[in-house]
Design a protein around this ligand. Sequence first.
Ligand code: 13P
Ligand code: SF4
Length: 303
Amino acid sequence: MTADSKLISEIQKLKKDRKAVILAHNYQLPEVQDIADFLGDSLGLSREASKTDAKVIVFCGVYFMAETANILSPEKTVLLPDLSSGCPMAEMINAKELRTLKAAHPGHLVVTYVNSSAEVKAETDYCCTSGNALKIVEKLKNEKIIFVPDKYLGAWISGRLNKKMVLWHGYCPTHAKILPEHIAAAKNKHPGAPVMVHPECRNDVWPLADEVCSTEGFLRFAKSNIAKEFIVATEPGMLYRLAKENPGKSFYPANAEAICPNMKKNTLEKVLWALQDMKNIVRVPEDIRLKAKRAIDRMVAIT
Ligand code: 13P
Ligand code: SF4
């Protein structure tokens, strides 16, 4: 028995004993993706967190994702194997800054990307993910909107809908490492390969895309497209699932160095320790949870 297979069988046994489910984001380490009961993007993971009948959710993702699971399912225990796995973009705005922004723009609705803290969601009218942001803002087209924290996702929606919005200056430091020259070099090497781009990428990268979508959208696009080679402009953790679910197709990262260090912090050992000790519980204070949930519920009602 290898070290990994021993770890995996211990995790499986404890998972049963604890009535736990393992949810993992598409950027997690391959071995963590392999033990997940459900793999997905932020939207899919939050849907799964709200409908599972497990007692414990082991959330292999980053902090705001585990918070979202707790907001939606307060009766379940949510464990984050590495509690320090934050999202730098989510930390680029806090509740006080959002209150100041709201005061400066009276009469505006606040649409907040799910990559944000529970406190910021609590100050929000509508939450959105990269998978539904366009749809949410389209529904609100007659409203004045503040969009936080991602300036690139906000600008992409603005451009697509031809709608001005007040934007915050947040961004994803990982996606910002993908540059137009990386796409040009990948296209040179793989002529004819469609380019899939995450909307967290810079505004000079989306015009080079054949498809701009969430991580789950990448899977749908790759499955339905007849091409055999694809260029992937997002965190390279995405490549593992793309290759696994699309035998015979090849996927090339636009920039293999655009790695999200936080997404790689959850290891098999940490999953096991969290389950053994029932530690690293993520719980949002009830007053904040209830306010944040309103914004998520409004998102769900639209989509
Ligand atoms: P998705 O919802 O598209 O998976 O994106 C989450 C994320 O953090 C991307 O950086
Ligand atoms: Fe946050 Fe970017 Fe990492 Fe996604 S890839 S979790 S947005 S830092």
